[in-house]
Design a protein around this ligand. Structure first.
Ligand code: PSU
Ligand code: MN
Length: 314
């Protein structure tokens, strides 16, 4: 259900849409938003640059126009040029911006990559209904002591769009994250499964109440959500078993990465990038390859869901 031209919300006057994304939104062509934190802080340079192109190509293969989102010199951009993607992937000093950081970046003219929380907000503000990422942020292990819970969760409770992901990052407390998503009334459906995916692995060990069988059903759930109680629909898309990380290797490297973060005293928004980087090294690139693969699969499915939404009469 792509909004017709007359009801495409006017993005904040400070947000710049690329000509291709602007045209697509006004002509009802399906569009998928992509975040930039996974490129800038979740994948190592220089591999992140090829991944950025591949993710955009996967959205196109699914039948939609990609809109990668980042803030450059204080201006939120929805849809990036090649040079802008080079900047996002190449600048080692680029900030990581959640929703609360956007006003600071805008007012001070700073640049940064957007997380799930801020990408969802900017995408929905521009009238984009579907967003693809790798894994959501969520409740960290030992959150009872650290209070570390990703702003992704509260942002999704306030934003109306479909988020395609491979579950939540498996470095987290997955059952606690699912409880919070329930409290926040975020709709969660599995894609062809009721086993909640575990990011690098197909099954996190937690289960879901609902699943959808195809992009059309996912689009119908979102259309109903917009009518009944606007908010987010998470479509959790597992890796096939033959593409997942070996579960024994998974458990071993995750324990090591979390212990390393603890020993290094890493806190706040540095935790996720630190742990992902540690995993890529400790697994000799195995987690990196799986991470890229799952993002590509999510991007393609998101493209197909956006295409299905575009033909639902609104
Ligand atoms: N998915 C990935 N890699 C990532 C992320 C998602 O495959 O790096 C990013 C997203 O931007 C998400 C962020 O919003 O991790 C979560 O960070 P935090 O735990 O600090 O909220
Ligand atoms: Mn955090």
């Amino acid at each position: 259900m792509q909004p017709p031209a007359s009801v495409v919300p006017a993005p904040s006057p400070r947000t710049v849409l690329s000509p291709e994304v602007d045209d697509a939104l006004h002509s009802g062509t399906p569009v998928v938003a992509l975040e930039s934190t996974l490129l800038a802080h979740g994948l190592p340079r220089p591999d992140n640059r090829a991944a950025a192109d591949d993710v955009e190509a996967a959205v196109r293969a699914g039948g939609a126009v990609p809109a990668t989102i980042a803030v450059l010199d204080g201006v939120p951009h929805v849809g990036l040029t090649r040079d802008q993607v080079d900047r996002v992937c190449g600048d080692p000093g680029l900030a990581k911006l959640g929703v609360r950081d956007l006003p600071v970046a805008a007012a001070l003219g700073l640049s940064g990559a957007t997380t799930v929380s801020s990408t969802a907000l900017l995408a929905a503000g521009a009238g984009i209904g579907v967003f693809a990422t790798g894994g959501l942020g969520g409740v960290h292990r030992h959150a009872a002591e650290t209070f570390d819970e990703s702003a992704d969760l509260t942002a999704l409770s306030r934003t109306s769009l479909v988020v395609v992901c491979a579950g939540v990052k498996s470095i987290l407390d997955v059952p606690a994250t699912l409880e919070r998503l329930e409290s926040l009334s975020v709709t969660v459906v599995g894609y062809r499964t009721t086993a909640f995916p575990g990011f690098y692995v197909a099954d996190s060990g937690s289960s879901l109440d609902w699943s959808v069988d195809d992009p059309k059903q996912a689009a119908a759930v979102f259309a109903a959500r917009q009518e009944l109680a606007p908010g987010a629909v998470v479509v959790a898309n597992p890796l096939p078993l033959d593409e997942q990380l070996d579960p024994a290797l998974h458990d071993r490297v995750i324990a090591g990465a979390l212990a390393a973060a603890e020993a290094a005293g890493v806190r706040g928004k540095d935790v996720t990038p630190f742990v992902l980087d540690h995993l890529h090294r400790a697994s000799e690139g195995a987690t990196l390859a799986v991470n890229v693969r799952l993002v590509l699969r999510n991007a393609e499915l998101a493209g197909r869901i956006a295409a299905a939404l575009a033909v639902i009469p609104s």
